[in-house]
Write a protein that binds this ligand. Structure first.
Ligand code: UD1
Ligand code: CA
Length: 458
């Protein structure tokens, strides 16, 4: 169910598209559902339907092993009415799990347990006890047997004292669901069609109702406001941080780490405070990440050290950093940066779509774009590849062991032969031969006894 408005978010963006750990809330729910290998996932949309459908259709790849369908609910007349819209997509021999698009942290295992207690023929409710159940539907039992769910607004004082609540998640045989939804009415305090009314119908039809009671409230916590979104974000990040530490990763502070995607770490990785990892990141054995780094879509081999304030973003092309390389502080690696082993990239150095051979160094204030840089090249402070002529990008090829002085401009396309040297301050527009010193700048002249201009007397 993802048709609700989410008024309390006070946002133009539909609530279920707000992101938690870099993914839309609804994407979390769909990912959990897909872990159960369903035949079919139906998203019930309403508020912001076009936007929600576009975002999710893009998120789920065409190769997903289930079919993704959208059912529009317009207007929104309650949760029972919402699920009615999905009925055309549901086969009678299946079991349906109803989830909410704004409840992102349910574990797939919990849903498997719910399916197991439902046994394919019962109505299974996911419930939990809350110290303050205000606002939730209450689980009304006679003895042990579940009789009904009564919504808070419809509940008597005695029912309001019940602390066991309905989480919003249930599993039900599709054929039963179809019959019961056909019988719903909206004669209640909110004039809504309540999905929860099917519990009474199951009892009347002699279908067993079972409650699977869990204790972890986070798994059924919904997002209604920016505060709740931030709380769930921190809770989720803490879970990820704990899982990394379980594997042996050393985190300077688990509360100051954000993973918005997947982070895989080999042995003896350490991460200082305030680092953000996005997309798919892999850190090899012994990698050390300094404070305040943002690293996205990159693979760092064993022993790499990333000094503070470094930004690495491989986007689609990726970034790879070879073993033992030193990156930063204040370095920027962009898509297609492929660094060999023992490469040094220092402060205010930007590398984009370039390969650097083993042992190459650019330690200060440099730009390498669309370049093939050989092994052991030393690229001087303030030197750049001029890769863009205003219309097209061109490559710079630098052979092994070339030494480029400071403040050089290499105007691409250009090739520098192996072992050559480029004099500081040169602007090279022609290929430089191997082994030679290439210099392209005005010669130094000295004019003796030079008289500096003087100010005229007023
Ligand atoms: C619902 C349950 C309540 C339970 C609570 C748990 C009903 C009648 N009540 O209450 O027993 O304790 O969840 O959080 O089901 N939605 C639609 N279309 C609609 C109405 C809602 O898609 O017409 C979606 C919402 O966007 C949301 C979900 O259904 O994702 C639940 O709706 P919400 O209004 O939060 O339900 P509650 O009234 O809180
Ligand atoms: Ca709710």
């Amino acid at each position: 169910m993802a048709a609700g408005k989410g008024t309390r978010m006070k946002s133009k963006l539909p609530k279920v598209l707000h992101s938690l750990a870099g993914r839309a809330l609804l994407a979390h729910v769909v990912d959990t559902a897909s872990a159960l290998q369903p035949r079919n996932v139906v998203l019930i949309t309403g508020h912001g339907a076009t936007e929600v459908e576009a975002a999710l259709a893009g998120y789920i790849s065409a190769s997903a092993p289930f079919s993704l369908n959208f059912a529009r609910q317009e207007p929104q007349l309650g949760t029972g009415h919402a699920v009615q819209q999905a009925l055309p997509y549901l086969a009678d021999d299946g079991v349906v799990i109803v989830l909410s698009g704004d409840v992102p942290l349910t574990h797939a295992d919990t849903l498997r347990q719910l399916l197991a207690v439902g046994g394919g023929d019962k109505l299974a409710l996911l419930t939990l006890e809350l110290p303050d159940p205000t606002g939730y539907g209450r689980i009304v039992r006679e003895g042990d047997a579940v009789q009904a769910i009564v919504e808070h607004k419809d509940a008597s004082d005695a029912q309001r004292a019940i602390r066991e609540i309905y989480s919003g998640i249930l599993a039900v045989p599709a054929a039963r669901l179809r019959t019961w939804l056909g019988r719903l009415d909206n004669r209640n305090a909110q004039s809504e069609y309540y999905l929860t009314d099917i519990v009474k119908m199951a009892v009347a039809d002699g279908v067993p109702v079972v409650a699977h009671k869990i204790t972890d409230a986070l798994q059924v916590a919904g997002v209604n406001s920016p505060v709740q979104l931030a709380e769930l974000e921190r809770a989720y990040q803490r879970q990820q941080a704990l899982a990394l530490m379980e594997q042996g990763v050393r985190l300077a502070d688990p509360a100051r780490l954000d993973i918005r995607g997947s982070l895989e770490c080999a042995q003896d990785v350490s991460i200082d405070v305030n680092c953000v990892f996005e997309g798919t990141v892999g850190l090899g054995e012994g990698v050390r990440i300094g404070a305040n780094c943002v690293i996205a879509n990159a693979r760092l081999a064993a022993g790499v050290v990333v000094h503070p304030f470094t930004h690495i973003d491989g986007e689609k092309a990726g970034v790879s950093v070879g073993a033992g390389s030193l990156i930063g502080p204040f370095a920027r690696l962009r898509p297609g940066a492929q660094l060999g082993a023992e490469v040094h990239i220092g402060n205010f150095v930007e590398v984009k779509n370039s390969t650097l051979g083993d042992g190459a160094k650019a330690n200060h204030l440099a730009y390498l774009g669309d370049a093939s840089v050989g092994a052991r090249v030393n690229f001087g402070a303030g030197s750049i590849t001029a890769n863009y002529d205003g219309a097209n990008k061109h490559r710079t090829v630098i052979g092994d062991d070339v030494h480029v002085g400071s403040n050089c401009v290499l105007v691409a396309p250009i090739t520098l032969g192996a072992g050559g040297t480029v004099g500081g301050g040169s602007t090279l527009t022609k290929d430089a031969p191997a082994g030679a010193l290439s210099v392209a700048r005005g010669r130094q002249v000295a004019i003796a006894n030079w008289n500096r201009p003087k100010k005229a007397k007023p």
